[in-house]
Design a protein around this ligand. Structure first.
Ligand code: HEM
Length: 345
């Protein structure tokens, strides 16, 4: 305990001195309101929220991107900003180069927040915390306030980012239920939490290469009209095009008769429990989505969240907080990067 406190205090002292590297094994405990009073008279969380809101007002697709960014950063070696790192001469293949990170976006939002905060208080706010705050704020925005929660902060940035780690760790959209459950269990998540977090697929889009296995799935696993007239046609329309995750966000002409299954939402592209209703109708994009109704371990939770959107909002918020607490491996080198795309030298 004494060692933990000593290292933790060192980290705080280093932050205050705006120095760079904290070569510690034990991170500080994360706390809600961590940055209160640490950035002059600037509210760090307000800067993040205002910046995210401005970007999303201009382009709502960035909302889904930021929610996914939180997941992909935190799942691979903990929340450490490693998804943000560009390739360099010393690290030619960072996480963002992994196939599992195809379509990753929203990094411009993180850059903009970081630039503002570095101007206001250099060396204080980590990129890892910005990713988590931005994912939280995007969830709130995309759910019209339905998903709204405090998230603890005080993370530091890592210096390791490997496309191989990302590929080996992130779940595969073509995986079966056994693999998905094992994949989430490896990070301490239950099958119920797998179901809860997958509800994020009520927003955003995906590339054909991530759902082309569904073009040949049997009628028992996918609505045939959706498979043949929406997924197949989309995939033939261009080289690896994208399609909305939620049928609600597909234009009516493409949907045809399937439009009767659309779960309406205020403003479209809306983070809510429609994912579970679509899933029960065999109208979800990935095999990993459908797999949740194909197993008793998860089907009961799909049914529960299809029925109760308010419960899903609460449980999704809790699951995101749990995701945001995934920590870097013990002994990792920690720092507060000057720019989120490169480690400090
Ligand atoms: C259950 C395991 C999961 C698998 C296999 C999976 C897989 C995928 C894939 C393949 C895409 C499409 C990427 C593309 O083609 O561009 C995607 C998109 C997305 N995923 Fe997941 N995902 C999973 C869980 C999650 C979780 C836990 C979250 C967040 C809490 C999440 C949030 C999103 C969002 C928001 C998008 C849309 C991104 C955008 O439009 O920019 N996913 N996911």
């Amino acid at each position: 305990m004494k060692v933990f406190m000593a290292v933790c205090m060192l980290a705080v002292a280093v932050r205050l001195a705006a120095a760079i590297v904290v070569p510690s094994a034990a991170p500080c405990a994360l706390t809600v309101g961590f940055y209160n009073g640490k950035c002059g008279n600037v509210s760090v969380e307000s800067v993040v929220y205002d910046t995210v809101k401005a970007f999303l007002d201009a382009d709502k697709s960035k909302g889904a991107a930021l929610v996914r960014l939180l997941f992909h950063d935190c799942f691979v070696n903990g929340c450490d900003g490693s998804i943000l790192l560009d390739n360099s001469t010393t690290n030619p293949s960072p996480e963002k180069f992994a196939g599992a990170n195809l379509g990753i976006a929203g990094l411009d939002v993180i850059d903009a927040v970081k630039a503002k905060l570095e101007t206001a208080c250099p060396g204080v706010v980590s990129c890892a915390d910005i990713v988590v705050f931005a994912g939280r704020d995007a969830s709130r925005y995309m759910s019209n306030g339905g998903v709204n929660f405090d998230v603890p902060a005080g993370r530091l940035d890592g210096i390791v980012s490997s496309s191989v780690d990302a590929q080996n760790t992130l779940p595969d959209s073509k995986a079966d239920i056994g693999k998905l459950i094992a994949n989430f269990a490896a990070k301490g998540f239950t099958p119920e939490e797998l179901v809860i977090l997958s509800g994020a697929h009520s927003i955003g889009k995906a590339h054909c290469s991530n759902f082309d296995d569904r073009l040949t799935a049997p009628d028992s696993e996918i609505n045939a009209d959706y498979r043949d007239n929406v997924l197949s046609k989309t995939c033939k329309s261009a080289p690896n095009p994208t399609l909305a995750n939620n049928i609600r966000d597909i234009d009516a002409a493409t949907l045809g008769d399937l439009a009767s299954y659309v779960v309406p939402a205020v403003g479209g592209d809306y983070l809510d429990n429609s994912y579970y209703k679509n899933n029960k109708n065999n109208l979800v994009l990935f095999n990993s989505d459908w797999a949740l109704v194909g197993s008793n371990a998860t089907l009961q939770h799909v049914n529960e969240y299809a029925e109760n959107g308010t419960l899903w909002n609460i449980d999704f918020a809790q699951a995101l907080v749990k995701l945001s607490k995934l920590a870097m491996p013990a002994g990792s080198v920690r720092q507060i990067r000057k720019t989120c795309r490169a480690i400090n030298y």
